[in-house]
Design a protein around this ligand. Structure first.
Ligand code: FAD
Length: 419
């Protein structure tokens, strides 16, 4: 049985581990639980992009246009498994309502500030030799094969430019000067110099190890079964390895957060969006700058002696099965821009579940309903990017300090108030 004055962090992904780290830095006693190994969820094999240039939320007019086109094609970058599910239908309705320019313009400066703050924290971590996690700041190259795709990319870059994000547009010879392996058919691209990339698993597992050395009680293979409340407080967290009566609880369960909060009368509309990554041995002619391949939405990340291709967004519930057609679609999508260079020895095929909210913003803060419960979830495509700043903000809220960012747009109850 844990002591009463502990903070119990549920979920050992990037969000939970960063929260545990910053809470320990503030002198709190922390227990960090995961049902599997630490970093066995979405934080394990993602593309590792840290992208201030990705400050347009998933819910945007562009997503609606291409989403509708792609929705029922099992080889497209975005797919919804057809099924009658009230939570999914209500999520899609809310998502559609958020896909408008004014919501996007409200979200961009907030996401930009969070991304930049997180990038600064990553730079601090990268300076610690014991954390080595392949952090590099080489920018990111968006590439397009079609004139329409390229025009859309330039439009998005101009929107981001209005908010101070710098970019450079490049024609085919411009992109091939940066990365000669890019095929001649590629029309052009947009280069964002501010962005960085890293090995996500290296970061999360090394930071967890360091947190353990700092006194965080790490409990892998400890599955939360129920969270119980007594009035306006969480009283017990029941797990497969004993009960906890913590002072504060941080719910950082990624795509599983709504299930974990199942009996708490909270509205957490988070849909699991499955994505895959394929990690191969570094090819002889390997790109050195991370790339996002516009029309096929495949991310390409050089990771030391490996190269990672990642992509697809599939709303199919908490389903971790691997669909061969979608894995092949990622390889095909990469070949369309880079040719056969990706056909080298396979290291690992992986899938993970992104926790997606319908408005494209994370859920971050203390709940109104329970005075000792905080939620840090719903980071969708940018959870790796936002891990450190999320953890820091969580520690500030637990310690009753003024958070360094205004968190009103991210408040937990925003969806309940909508109903
Ligand atoms: C293909 C792909 C590519 C991506 N690329 C990027 C990228 O380039 N940049 C970026 O910023 N983001 C990227 N993302 C998104 C990013 O991976 C996620 O936003 C992020 O990992 C979410 O972190 P998390 O800690 O909330 O969730 P997770 O890492 O999923 O952690 C949640 C943890 O909770 C645990 N858990 C669940 N239920 C229980 C329970 N009952 N008891 C105890 N523990 C429990 C799980 O085991 C899991 O370890 C990508 C995602 C995918 C799938």
């Amino acid at each position: 049985m844990a002591k009463r004055d502990t903070v119990l962090v549920i979920g050992g992904g990037v969000i939970g581990v960063c929260s545990a780290w910053y809470l320990a830095e503030q002198g709190r006693e922390v227990v960090l639980l995961d049902k599997g190994e630490l970093c066995s969820g979405a934080s394990y094999g993602n593309a590792g992009f840290i992208l201030p240039s990705h400050s347009v939320p998933l819910a945007s007019p562009g997503a609606l246009g291409s989403g509708l086109r792609w929705m029922f094609d099992p080889e497209s970058p975005f797919y919804i498994k057809p099924r009658m599910n009230l939570e999914l239908l209500s999520w899609l309705w809310r998502f559609t309502r958020s896909c408008n320019e004014s919501s996007v313009r409200r979200a961009v400066p907030l996401l930009r500030d969070l991304q930049r703050a997180s990038l600064r924290l990553y730079e601090g971590f990268a300076a610690r030799a014991e954390l080595a996690f392949g952090f590099e700041r080489k920018g990111m190259l968006m590439l397009y094969r079609t004139p329409q795709g390229y025009e859309g990319g330039i439009r998005e870059a101009r929107l981001l430019g209005e908010y101070g994000i710098e970019f450079r547009t490049l024609d085919n010879s411009g992109v091939r000067e940066m990365e000669p392996q890019i095929l001649p058919e590629v029309v052009g691209g947009v280069y964002y110099a501010e962005d960085a990339h890293l090995d996500p698993r290296g970061f999360v597992t090394n930071l967890a190890r360091l947190a353990g050395e700092k006194g965080v009680d790490l409990r892998p293979q400890t599955e939360v079964l129920w969270i119980e409340a007594d009035g306006n407080r969480i009283s017990h967290v029941r797990t497969t390895r004993g009960d906890f009566q913590p002072d504060e609880v941080v719910l950082a369960g990624g795509a599983w957060s709504p299930t974990l909060a199942g009996n708490l009368d909270l509205s957490l509309p988070i849909q699991a969006a499955k994505g895959y990554s394929i990690t191969v041995k570094r090819p002889p002619l390997c790109p050195t700058i991370p790339m996002l391949l516009g029309e096929t939405r495949v991310a390409v990340t050089p990771l030391g002696d490996r190269l990672r291709l990642a992509g697809t967004l599939e709303l199919a519930g908490l389903d971790l099965s691997i669909n061969r057609r979608r894995v092949e679609a990622i390889l095909k999508g990469a070949r369309a821009f880079l040719g056969g260079l990706v056909d080298v020895d396979l290291i690992e095929i992986w899938r993970g579940l992104r926790p997606c909210t319908p408005d494209g913003l994370p859920i971050l803060g203390r709940t109104q309903r329970y005075e000792n419960l905080l939620v840090a979830s719903g980071h969708a495509m940018i959870g790796q990017s936002l891990g450190p700043i999320t953890g820091k903000l969580i520690s500030q809220i637990v310690c009753r300090q003024e958070p360094e960012v205004d968190l009103t747009p991210l408040r937990v109850e925003r969806f309940a108030q909508e109903q």
